[in-house]
Design a protein around this ligand. Structure first.
Ligand SMILES: [Zn+2]
Ligand SMILES: [Zn+2]
Length: 388
């Protein structure tokens, strides 16, 4: 517990007792509240655990005559409602009011030394109490899913097995063996933070004793060895929309890691891998397909049947004199988009050179060669190559 806590926290209020309460009264109030907010009675309830720590911390100070006196002195000196500024500018603005802390700490003599020590925790790490108790959003989680080409095209629901850390199911997150309870960490007095003084600056770091939890366990839960945390896995059904592409990341809100202290859950991101199709490719919302054609079909023109994905073959009209490698567009036969429209099917024609010719075909091609002997297809190329 840093001395900053002395200034920020109202231990009397935490226990619901007056500043003049007798020790017996404090003890009775503590017992009543500790029973009510005990982690065993509030399994998995993070706010109850926080409250429990708060009560325990208050009691540890107020039940100790010497520390209660220190606490009372600190509070009266700075007027109770003192707040440590949460920014990085100690001594400026905020609850420091008209005080110049520099003066106080540099003050010579006993009082100065004692105060310097007492208030060391004020500097640095300002606001950590606030940040620590604030509800925290769960982390985003990323996972992967591999889909067939067709499932990516149509959209699908996939079962995703997610493994993550959560409260141990055996001890419900308390870390204590059944029938026992955790107690407040004596090293940090339940704050989860320890402070080191470096001259007039204090450094706050997670308490080594309890690893920042504020509670220690004497009889650890055999399942989680006292950490209160356990790896668990859950399976969720994730809807993958139609038309996802390989490498795309799908965001599924609220399916990430659970939040802490009532904070919202994080998001789940699913990175999608799409297996290649033997025939079709993808280019954004378009599907692509390469269709073999003959030299005659390109030269003379033809109507050719080409495959479409999830549908009957479609007919593409090739006009006479079509160059090899030209791409034709078949509207609406691509991937469905979010807005309900669909991409296109891009059909690229590729001349297939026959490997085996019967004698009739061979003589026809030889005739073609003779008939076109006067046309050198490389004439223009050779001419243009001479240009500077
Ligand atoms: Zn456990
Ligand atoms: Zn501790």
């Amino acid at each position: 517990m840093s001395t900053k806590d002395f200034l920020e926290k109202d231990y009397y209020k935490a226990l619901g007792v007056s500043k003049t309460a007798k020790p017996a009264e404090i003890k009775a109030a503590y017992r009543k509240l500790a029973r009510k907010y005990h982690p065993d009675a509030n399994k998995g309830d993070a706010s109850a655990e926080e409250r429990f720590k708060e009560i325990s911390e208050a009691y540890s100070v107020l039940s100790d005559e010497k520390r209660r006196k220190e606490y009372d002195e600190a509070r009266s000196l700075f007027g109770g409602g003192f707040r440590v500024p949460t920014g990085q500018r100690p001594g400026q603005g905020g609850g420091f009011g008209g005080f110049d802390l520099g003066d106080i700490f540099s003050g010579a003599g006993d009082a100065g030394g004692r105060l310097g020590d007492l208030f060391g925790g004020v500097f640095g790490g300002g606001g950590r109490t606030t940040a620590q108790n604030r509800p925290r959003r769960g982390a985003d989680v990323e996972t992967e899913a591999t889909l067939s080409f067709g499932d990516a095209f149509d959209g699908t629901t996939v079962a995703l097995r997610l493994t993550g850390e959560g409260p141990c199911p055996t001890c419900h997150g308390t870390g204590a063996k059944a029938g026992t309870v955790p107690r407040m960490c004596p090293s940090c007095q339940g704050s989860g933070q320890s402070s080191r003084n470096l001259g007039s600056f204090g450094i706050s770091e997670p308490c080594k004793e309890c690893r920042g939890r504020g509670l220690v366990v004497d009889d650890p839960c055999p399942e989680c060895s006292g950490s209160g945390r356990a790896m668990s896995s859950r399976t969720i059904q994730a809807r993958i929309p139609a038309g996802v592409a390989d490498g795309q990341r799908i965001r599924i809100p609220g399916k990430g890691a659970p939040g802490e202290r009532g904070g919202p859950a994080g998001d789940l991101y699913v990175r999608v891998h799409v297996k290649p199709h033997p025939v079709f490719g993808r280019s954004g919302a378009n599907l692509t397909v390469t269709v073999p054609v003959t030299f005659a079909e390109l030269t003379l023109g033809a109507e050719v049947k080409v495959p479409s994905h999830r549908g009957a073959p479609v007919t593409v009209r090739i006009p006479p004199g079509t160059p090899n490698g030209r791409t034709f567009l078949v509207r609406g036969k691509g991937v469905r988009r979010k807005d309900g429209t669909a991409g296109n099917l891009l059909v690229t024609v590729e001349v297939m050179v026959p490997q085996n010719l019967n004698s009739k075909a061979r003589s026809a091609i030889e005739e073609l060669r003779e008939a076109t002997a006067g046309q050198d297809p490389r004439e223009e190329l050779l001419e243009r190559a001479k240009e500077a």
